[in-house]
Ligand binder design. Structure first.
Ligand code: CUA
Length: 167
């Protein structure tokens, strides 16, 4: 098969660029521990307030006997509930969040916490926040006129401080 010399150059260039781009994406994914969510769990979004896990009294931060920290949250136009979340630094944290209405997203800059919150499903993220500090949790899927105002606060505190607050 005859391939023109110029065409050959471009084919090589495009293949090289593709390899570089895939390399960069893979490098970032490994470096920052980024991977697609794998939890598939359905829930009735219209009845979150009646569910055992996502009702008003149950949402928030909980530590079980083994020391596992679980954060349960509800996303609803236009806020994340509870609005203030405090978790320990350098500790595995499981975050479970469900939408009470439409599609939302939740994202904390400078961390790898970022997931879509699809109505009808529970989004689950297992992560560790290495640095103490106050972070915003922002909605990153357009969900209506109040989208820009949909956010909550994440407080990452040292493990000692966390265990001393009597949780
Ligand atoms: Cu919720 Cu945008």
């Amino acid at each position: 098969m005859y391939i023109d010399a110029t065409e050959k150059k471009w084919v090589i260039l495009v293949l090289l660029m593709t390899a570089v781009i895939i390399g960069i994406i893979t490098g970032y994914a490994v470096e920052f521990n980024i991977h697609p969510p794998s939890n598939v769990e359905s829930i009735d979004s219209t009845a979150l307030h009646l569910s055992d896990e996502f009702n008003e009294d149950q949402i928030g931060v909980k530590t079980d006997k083994s020391g596992m920290v679980t954060v349960t949250m509800v996303a609803a136009r236009y806020g994340f509930f509870p609005q203030d979340i405090t978790v320990p630094a350098n500790t595995p944290v499981k975050i479970r969040i469900a939408s009470a209405d439409v599609l939302h997203g939740i994202h904390t800059p400078d961390t790898n916490f970022n997931t879509m919150v699809v109505p009808g499903y529970v989004s689950e993220v297992n992560t560790t926040f290495p640095r103490a500090g106050d972070y915003p949790m922002l909605c990153n899927e357009y969900c209506g006129f109040g989208h820009d105002y949909m956010w909550a606060r994440l407080h990452v505190i040292s493990r000692d401080k966390f265990s001393n607050q009597g949780e």
